[in-house]
Design a protein around this ligand. Structure first.
Ligand SMILES: [Zn+2]
Length: 117
């Protein structure tokens, strides 16, 4: 086990990877006219990803947290929460086909119970 302070636990690294993939998928299908042909995220989606990363890093549940969508602690600002929910609603089902392993792990994490303290 290599979980030194300052390094995100693997569990959080995986969620970060999942949310990044979901945002990328959503952005490409919704904001293609903004980002141009070279890909990458538009400004709005980059900001959303940055925000999601920050929330993950500060999450009080740490490695035992459920996925953000199922978390009882609503740490997102309402506006950001609405955006990330739209992303998950759109990309969730599509992710299963594109990233089956990542998504299966994500779904399995949903059933974890948050432990406080
Ligand atoms: Zn976008």
């Amino acid at each position: 086990m290599d979980e030194r302070p300052g390094r995100p636990p693997r569990r959080l690294a995986r969620e970060e990877k999942t949310i990044a993939a979901m945002i990328a998928l959503y952005c490409r299908d919704h904001h293609a006219d903004v980002v141009g042909p070279d890909g990458g995220l538009c400004g709005e989606c980059s900001a959303l990803l940055e925000y999601a990363r920050l929330r993950l890093a500060k999450c009080r549940y740490g490695a035992d947290k459920p996925t953000c969508a199922n978390c009882e602690t609503h740490c997102y600002r309402p506006e950001m929460r609405a955006r990330v929910r739209a992303v998950m609603r759109y990309s969730g089902p599509r992710m299963l086909r594109r990233h089956p392993v990542l998504t299966a792990a994500h779904l399995a994490d949903r059933h974890k119970t948050p432990r406080t303290g």
